[in-house]
Every structure is written in structure tokens, then in C-alpha cells.
Design a binder for this molecule. Structure first.
Ligand code: GLN
Length: 228
């Protein structure tokens, strides 16, 4: 049995909770809403939801959670969705005035609101390797989503594994990626889900769909193996 925390300071934490409680493997999962270091100490793994990354970092600091979260990341499994993905990155562009505190944990450089302000949200059909029934596309919901700018693992870091990319026909209209890069399928900005070690990052919101498969993937491919 795994105790999975959801950081519940701000944002879409209740939606993550609903999905975890609906999983067919829910008997193997205890869900804890995390608001204090004591809550966090009970957890084997943590989900950081979508919401507003700057606000979440400020609230985490005032709850005395920033250092405990950084410590947690060193040994336990964490999944960040959207704003959570920003917090898990090691560097950020387009931070709000006054700056953005990060937790780090995944060696990427990310841009807040990276698809620009005119396209604030879009949906995209994603092909995700490793999901159950993976030939059925997974609908990614992107809301003022961050964009991965660069993968920056050092030789000593666990390698980064790309889990999903936006296909050319699903790029938001605001994009300004060079056609050649899109065609080559190698531009980091098309990466929307990735793993480093047991940590998972998605720039979209799996908590805002009623497709359970991403949560199932997290429990089965990231959380349970880390406890074995
Ligand atoms: N743009 C938001 C931020 O900076 C993230 C958006 C989201 O989580 N939907 O935190």
C-alpha cells in the first residue's frame, strides 16, 4: 500500500483526490491532503497540482513546507502537473515580478505561460507510451501551460525519459516554433510529459479530465516500483 499525498495549498488538489479515489487500484493507495510538514512526513509519494505556481510557492514557504518538500524530492516520488511542473523544474523563465521559488527535482528549464497570453488554453490528443490502452489517445488539457525549453541533466543525474509530445497538428495556434524543428520532432518545446528517475512532470492537467489512465500510470509505474 502506498500513501500518496496531494499538496493542498492552492489549485486543483480536490480533482486529483477524486481521480485517485476512483482508480481500480485504489485499495493500494491511501490519499493524504498535504498542508503541513507533518502531513508530508506520512507520504511515500506526492502530487503537486495545477494552479498558480507563484502563489503555491509563497503558501508553501509560509506553511514551512519549502525545505521539507525539497528534502522529500531527494528520496521520494513526486508528480507535478502544470503549476506543479513549474515547481519541479530547476530553472524558470517568465517568472512573475518578485521571482519564483522552485523546488527543483527535475533537470529542465521551463517557461511559465510559455504558449503566450493569447492562447490561454487548448486541448490536444496525446499519444502516451506506457499508458493502458495506449492506442487510444489521451486528451491533454493545457491552461496557461508551461513549456519545456531545455533538458539540463548533468551526467550524474538520472536520464530524462520523454513520455509524450504534442504532435504538429495539435500545437496551439500561438506557437512560433520553426517548421523544421517541428518536422524533426525533436524540439524540447513539444515535450509535454517526461520522467526523470521516479519523478513525473506533465505540463497539462490530467486532474481535469475523467480519464484515469495517467493517475494509474503514476501509481503503477512510478510510485509502487519506488516502494518495491
Ligand atoms: N500559469 C500557471 C502558473 O504559472 C500554471 C497554470 C496552471 O496550472 N493551469 O503557475
Amino acid at each position: 500500500i502506498a500513501t500518496v499525498g496531494i499538496l493542498a495549498l492552492q489549485g486543483a488538489f480536490a480533482e486529483h483526490q477524486t481521480i485517485l479515489q476512483r482508480l481500480s487500484i485504489k485499495r493500494r493507495v491511501i490519499v493524504v491532503l498535504v498542508r503541513t510538514a507533518e502531513d508530508l512526513a506520512k507520504c511515500d509519494a506526492l502530487i503537486i497540482p495545477g494552479g498558480e505556481s507563484t502563489t503555491m510557492a509563497i503558501l508553501a514557504r509560509s506553511a514551512g513546507l519549502l525545505e521539507p518538500l525539497r528534502e522529500f524530492l531527494r528520496t521520494k516520488v513526486v508528480w507535478g502537473t502544470c503549476a506543479g511542473a513549474i515547481l519541479l523544474s530547476t530553472s524558470v523563465e517568465n517568472a512573475k515580478k518578485g521571482g519564483q521559488e522552485l523546488l527543483g527535482g527535475i533537470s529542465v528549464k521551463i517557461a511559465r505561460n510559455g504558449w503566450g497570453s493569447q492562447v490561454e488554453s487548448f486541448e490536444a490528443a496525446l499519444e502516451v507510451e506506457g499508458l493502458r490502452d495506449s492506442s487510444r489517445p489521451y486528451t491533454g488539457v493545457f491552461i496557461r501551460a508551461p513549456v519545456v525549453l531545455e533538458l539540463t541533466p548533468s551526467p550524474l543525474d538520472p536520464p530524462i525519459e520523454i513520455i509524450a509530445r504534442l504532435s504538429p497538428q495539435c500545437l496551439p495556434r500561438s506557437h512560433d516554433l520553426p517548421q523544421a524543428d517541428i518536422a524533426a520532432g525533436s524540439d524540447p518545446r513539444t515535450i509535454v510529459a517526461l520522467r526523470q528517475g521516479h519523478h513525473l512532470l506533465t505540463t497539462f492537467h490530467p486532474e481535469l479530465t475523467d480519464d484515469n489512465r495517467f493517475h494509474e500510470y503514476f501509481i503503477q509505474q512510478c510510485v509502487l516500483p519506488s516502494l518495491a
